[in-house]
Design a protein around this ligand. Structure first.
Ligand code: CTP
Ligand code: CA
Length: 231
């Protein structure tokens, strides 16, 4: 499918998309990471460019070619991703948090490589990372005008709708795209399927299809909110 022929309904808008998965350093050669490929986030960036947006793509450890026309900021850890997203968000109309952000990080990063020694290693003590999506929501709640639309992603395995609704409310975002995790779906696959939960509205089903189509369906919902702001 060609990228032409889309509505230019994001023209004049600045959108920030985070993609990929963060890595939390244990020592200079090891990290805690996750399985996010960045494919859905890159599809969101690519389709937003095609719909006329100025796009800042904050990419965490993604090995995909840069989408043409997007400004790409590369980050590694949740702390770096937070800094890049919050900075870009001050001037953005829309922020989409498609990145898989580590909930925890090692409390301390060893300066030198942990060596295999006799016996068992010391346990890795974890501390909580800040919740970037919740921070964006709080900042706006505190009187900030932007971003106008905040979108979260969630992969749920159980009680998908109930967990998703609770998460939407907790994070103070406008849309929560709940991925269906299942056989041949989500991580690293070309296809996706999702339910978009809308604050104060009815859920919208996105049928299984290529990640570009899922991205377009998300932008349809975003453009709708930009046209009809909730006051
Ligand atoms: N997120 C974030 N900062 C974090 C963790 C998550 O901004 N420290 C964002 C993700 O980018 C995603 C959304 O929050 O858009 C939901 O992430 P998810 O992991 O599903 O939610 P959590 O609140 O971390 O809850 P849990 O992992 O326990 O389900
Ligand atoms: Ca999480």
């Amino acid at each position: 499918r060609v990228l032409a022929g889309r509505p230019r309904d994001l023209a004049g808008r600045h959108v920030v998309v985070s993609a990929g998965g963060t890595r939390e350093a244990i020592d200079p050669v090891r990290y805690l990471g996750n399985r996010s490929s960045g494919l859905q986030g890159y599809a969101l960036a690519r389709t937003a460019v095609a719909r006329g947006a100025r796009v800042t793509l904050v990419a965490a450890n993604v090995s995909l070619p840069d989408p043409a026309g997007a400004d790409v900021v590369r980050v590694e850890s949740a702390a770096e991703l937070r800094e890049a997203v919050l900075t870009a968000a001050t001037a953005a109309d829309v922020v989409v948090m498609a990145a898989a952000v580590a909930d925890f990080r090692p409390a301390a990063r060893h300066d030198s490589k942990i060596k295999k020694s006799d016996g068992e290693p010391d346990p890795i003590h974890l501390v909580k990372n800040p919740d970037i999506l919740a921070e964006l929501g709080e900042r706006r709640h505190a009187g900030g005008p932007k971003p106008e639309v905040i979108v979260g992603f969630a992969a749920e395995t159980d009680d998908v709708l109930a967990n998703g609704q609770a998460k939407l409310a907790r994070k103070g975002c406008d849309l929560l795209v709940v991925n269906q995790v299942g056989p041949h779906l989500a991580f690293g696959t070309p296809d996706n399927a999702a339910t978009v939960l809308v604050a104060g509205g009815e859920p919208v089903e996105i049928p299984r299809g290529p990640k570009d189509d899922v991205a377009d369906a998300v932008w349809d919902q975003v453009a709708n909110l930009l046209r009809h702001p909730r006051t």
